[in-house]
Design a protein around this ligand. Structure first.
Ligand code: SF4
Ligand code: SF4
Length: 377
């Protein structure tokens, strides 16, 4: 008999248990549930334990886990919570099993095709951002992307952009949110090409352009047309100069029928750390990190966050380049699965030791007084 743990003791877990009880190849031995602090008893006589107790006391005698979650994101995060240490089979039944009362087993006694091993499904990436250029007209002091130091417009390489999106498509089934940012995306006179290309690869994703908004009143109509046609949101960061001309910005976007959001006024910035000495506290730095989910696509690789990339560019000689490669994923020729990519991305890594240990907030300030100028190529 294959000994099974059911991860999720809610209605779906109970339904899967009742299906398992109809056959004699798989023996359910335990429920795992994240909402129990220690252990209690389920109605059908199986213990319910939390993940920690399962790992300590039950993992060795269990042959496989069935994830009993009714939505994809919960299913994925429960699978990820097992993956670093549970090296046996993990099964993911379809989310429709409970509502449609689908059988778990076919007539031969095998799992039906809608009960898949996790390795047969690609995971979803929740978020990725990409700098279309590092150049920015506003040059905020302490810019987290270091755009205050960039003197000329260098665009994201088109070929690498396409290859990177292809790489993401290969290892993930979807991306919930893609943010095209910079620098200032509206300095690009071919922003429409990037927008069309990103949408071509990811039809269902939310795609946003992040902007200071200052160039929008004079932007080329074709660019706005492409933004509208591709159902892209324009996310305006409301810096003090943006606020001064917000009416013109909104008017232009509304005339073009483009969706937009406006942030609260931005008056403070987090001070940039300039001295990258390694601090041996990576877990606590990561736990307090506001950017831990900011997965970044850059130079054909996928990074846990963009800050890592920035600090390497700034002070590369102090940070071992090997560490950078070990802690990011090659998108041009991806050699790992989406699951392994998520394990790598969504954890503290050695590079966090070079990051912000404390956050210090300072007043916002721009280093460019002519920020309204449209920078031609
Ligand atoms: S608007 Fe400011 S914070 Fe945003 S990219 Fe430009 S310089 Fe950086
Ligand atoms: S390097 Fe680590 S601590 Fe720093 S921003 Fe990235 S995830 Fe956060």
């Amino acid at each position: 008999m294959v000994k099974i743990a059911l991860y999720g003791a809610g209605n779906l877990g109970k339904y899967v248990l009742s299906e398992l009880e109809k056959q004699n190849l798989y023996e359910p031995i335990i429920f795992i549930d994240n909402f129990v602090s220690g252990q209690s008893w389920s109605r059908r006589g199986l213990k319910i334990v939390n993940l920690e107790i399962f790992k300590k006391e039950w993992e060795a005698e269990c042959d496989a886990v069935i994830i009993c979650a009714e939505n994809k994101i919960n299913k994925q995060s429960m699978t990820l919570s097992l993956l670093p240490w549970f090296n046996k089979d993990i099964f993911l039944p379809s989310e429709h099993i409970l509502s449609a009362k689908l059988p778990l087993f076919n007539e031969k006694g095998d799992f039906c095709t809608y009960v898949k091993k996790y390795t047969e499904e690609k995971p979803i990436l929740s978020y990725v951002e990409h700098d279309l250029t590092k150049f920015c007209n506003l040059k905020c002091k302490n810019c987290g992307h270091r755009s205050d130091e960039v003197k000329s417009i260098i665009k994201s390489d088109r070929k690498v952009f396409i290859q990177s999106l292809e790489g993401l498509r290969k290892i993930f089934s979807n991306i919930y949110q893609i943010r095209l940012m910079g620098g200032e995306p509206f300095v690009l006179d071919d922003l429409d090409w990037y927008v069309d290309t990103a949408r071509g690869f990811f039809e269902e994703s939310e795609i946003d352009i992040v902007t200071n908004g200052l160039l929008i009143p004079n932007v080329n109509e074709e660019i706005l047309l492409a933004i509208k046609k591709n159902n892209i949101n324009v996310q305006i960061s409301q810096y003090p100069p943006t606020r001064k001309m917000i009416e013109k910005i909104v008017y232009k976007l509304e005339q073009a029928g483009v969706k937009y959001q406006i942030s609260s006024p931005i008056l403070k910035f987090m001070e940039r750390r300039e001295n990258y000495e390694y601090v041996n506290k990576i877990e606590s730095i990561y736990r307090n990190c506001p950017n831990y989910h900011c997965h970044t696509m850059s130079d054909g690789r996928l990074f846990g966050c963009g800050i890592i990339k920035e600090l390497i560019e700034r002070d590369g000689d102090k940070v071992n380049n090997k560490l950078l490669l070990e802690n990011s994923i090659d998108l041009i020729n991806p050699k790992i699965s989406g699951w392994d990519a998520l394990i790598l991305l969504e954890r503290a890594n050695t590079l966090c030791g070079y990051c912000f240990e404390e956050q210090n907030w300072v007043n916002w300030e721009s280093l460019n007084k002519n920020y309204n100028l449209y920078y031609k190529q």
